[in-house]
Design a protein around this ligand. Structure first.
Ligand code: CA
Length: 221
């Protein structure tokens, strides 16, 4: 999932970015409202982590503007403990959740994972594809009952494909979900992840639609 982090406190922003990226999500970190606004109009983010007190204004204004133009993507507010009014205003402005600073990075990670599952549109976090079971909540995979070890990037590929089971997802959309601005992507990176997933989970789990993209699960050929 591609995540936009809007936060002007550098140590906090860096810690959050590193922690979420380690779980295989691509994080773009912006430190002003102006930069965040440009990013939001450019990339289809699965989640926005939004600080409220920013150098060029309030995150609440960005949130309100998003909702005014009908943009319903999940927004999680990051606020200080003494800013209860901000939190209430944020929820009223259309935030989905909030975290109080200083927050535990593992709690943030768990909430990001929950958003990723909702974004995937499946309340049941265990997907079954033939003899393969995928538990997105705990990032555990089994093939014929045996545990399969997947990397964070491989999970990110699966999450992106599972957002639309049986639909064909263009390679560019998978790249966009996995890599942030400025990341160097080899032209065959996604092919390598898919090839590794097939080796671990079976050749049938992901189909290649030549010239179109990739598809998870069955679906008619
Ligand atoms: Ca701030």
């Amino acid at each position: 999932m591609r995540v936009l982090l809007v936060e002007d406190e550098k140590p906090l922003g860096q810690a959050v970015q590193e922690h979420i990226a380690a779980a295989g999500h691509a994080v773009d970190w912006m430190q002003t409202l102006a930069d965040a606004d440009v990013a939001l109009r450019t990339v289809d983010y699965g989640l926005v982590l939004l600080d409220l007190h920013l150098p060029d204004g309030s995150g609440l204004d960005l949130l309100a503007a998003l909702r005014r133009r009908g943009d319903q993507r999940p927004v999680m507010i990051l606020t200080a403990r003494d800013q209860i009014r901000d939190r209430i205003a944020g929820l009223n402005a259309g935030a989905d959740d909030y975290l109080v600073k200083p927050f535990d990075l593992d709690e943030l990670q768990a909430r990001v994972a929950a958003v990723a599952r909702r974004y995937a549109g499946n309340p049941n976090p265990v997907f079954r594809i033939g003899s393969v079971a995928l538990d997105l909540a705990h990032r555990q995979a089994w093939r014929d009952g045996a545990v399969a070890e997947l990397t964070a990037r491989e999970w990110a590929v699966l999450e992106r494909l599972l957002q639309r089971p049986n639909a064909v997802v263009p390679k560019a959309q998978i790249e966009e979900a996995l890599y942030s601005f400025g990341a160097e992507i080899e032209s065959n990176t996604i092919e390598v992840h898919v090839s590794n997933l097939r080796r671990k989970l079976g050749a049938d789990v992901i189909r290649t639609r030549r010239g179109l993209g990739y598809q998870i699960g069955g679906g008619s050929a």
